[in-house]
Write a protein that binds this ligand. Structure first.
Ligand SMILES: *Cc1c(COP(=O)(O)O)cnc(C)c1O
Length: 387
């Protein structure tokens, strides 16, 4: 079978908009231009109806209620709102936060700002498999801790944290629990009740929706989470995120969540088989192939592998027909091996010769076969040159 190149295998960086989502996006963009805050005419009402429906659809994907959804410009803003908003609102209770060394920059950035402002921040280290031990989170808690933030599924190595156990620890200690679920959403089931989460961040473009839209889910009961807004203006989103709503983006995000919920079991099963097949073939035909991060629990479409005996940077350069990455997309503009692989104790030479491969909804078996053949050929050639 022929494969169109370049082959997109970077679904942790972003995903293409699902054609069904795109249809809705275009229809709303064309036909529904009203401001959902215009409460006195039909243009506003039809926009508000679309937003209401999307709010239900996004909430349903995570097991929350519509009133708990705050639409934002993406997961970066949701993470910032969760961390800075909770810190600001609870500073009189304590000025200490707990996170992990696997957090995305959208969490690590606000944590750095808070540390500069005098907050204590404890970073819990994951083990060599990229998993955080709940006991370590418990041990990091202090009487003045107000928030724990743990990435649900890691964006480079795909490992899934023991969220329900961490959530229980937070609940017992009466500390709020935030999780960045941008990579988890649509790929594994999310249940805010089972996870014991109080705040949860989402991004539309990681689940086949458009870029520039996301949400923060904020628990309203047991406990009712209080936080301060980042922006100030009109009263939209219960004063937590003022500004005229991105109606087409939000409607599309809702539809993407609806489709994700519907297709998750079948998608996950199919991607897991393709991913496992790809790893088996790489390890079968090449020596010195190291899987970074635990095999399980791991996102079904994620593979992060290092190849011994190749000098840093050369591998990606040899794979021009594959859209894959080394580390996160945000970090790929910078140089040096991935901080996450370093944190796992992966030696620098192996970290520099790593590939993050993210399979997605549109990935075919033929594309995976093609990728396997290209990677095997490139690794074999580079090793021969370096021998
Ligand atoms: C992509 C991503 C973000 C940032 O989301 P945007 O919507 O692009 O701002 C945050 N956290 C994680 C884990 C991500 O994968």
């Amino acid at each position: 079978m022929t494969v169109r190149t370049p082959v997109y295998l970077d679904h942790h960086a972003t995903t293409p908009v699902d054609p069904r989502v795109l249809d809705l996006l275009a229809r709303v963009q064309r036909q529904v231009f009203g401001n959902p805050s215009s409460a006195n005419h039909a243009f506003g009402w039809s926009a508000a109806r679309l937003v209401d429906r999307a709010r239900e659809q996004v909430a349903a994907l995570v097991g929350g209620t519509a009133r708990e959804i705050v639409f934002t410009s993406g997961a970066t803003e949701a993470d910032n709102l969760a961390l800075l908003g909770v810190a600001e609102a609870h500073a009189d209770r304590g000025r200490h936060l707990v996170a992990t060394n696997l957090e995305h920059e959208a969490v690590a950035g606000p944590l750095r700002i808070l540390a500069e402002r005098g907050w204590g921040v404890t970073s819990v280290a994951a083990d060599r498999d990229g998993l955080v031990a709940p006991e370590d989170v418990a041990a990091a808690l202090r009487p003045d801790t107000v928030l724990v933030s743990v990435i649900a599924a890691q964006n480079e190595i795909g490992t899934i944290q023991p969220l329900a156990r961490i959530g229980r620890i937070c609940k017992e200690a009466q500390v709020l629990f935030h999780t960045d679920a941008a990579q988890a959403a649509g790929r594994i089931p999310i249940d805010v009740a089972a996870w014991g989460a109080d705040l949860l961040s989402l991004s539309a473009h990681k689940l086949y929706g458009p870029k520039g839209v996301g949400a923060l889910w904020v628990r309203r009961r047991d406990p009712r989470v209080v936080l301060k807004p980042l922006l100030h203006g009109g009263g939209q989103e219960r004063d937590l995120r003022p500004g005229t709503l991105n109606v087409p983006g939000i409607a599309a995000f809702g539809e993407a969540c609806r489709l994700a919920a519907e297709e998750l079991p079948a998608d996950a099963q199919r991607l897991r088989e393709l991913r496992d097949g790809l790893l088996a073939r790489l390890q079968g035909e090449l020596k010195g192939v190291h899987l970074n991060g635990a095999c399980e629990p791991r996102l079904p479409g994620n593979l992060n592998v290092s190849f011994a005996g190749i000098r840093g940077g050369r591998l990606l350069g040899a794979l021009t027909t594959l859209a894959v990455s080394a580390g996160s997309a945000c970090a790929s503009a910078k140089s040096g091996p991935s901080a996450v692989l370093k944190a796992l104790g992966v030696p620098d030479d192996l970290a520099a010769a790593s590939l993050r491969i993210g399979l997605g909804r549109g990935t075919t078996a033929a594309e995976v076969d093609y990728a396997a053949a290209r990677i095997i050929a490139a690794v074999t050639k580079l090793r021969a040159e370096e021998a």
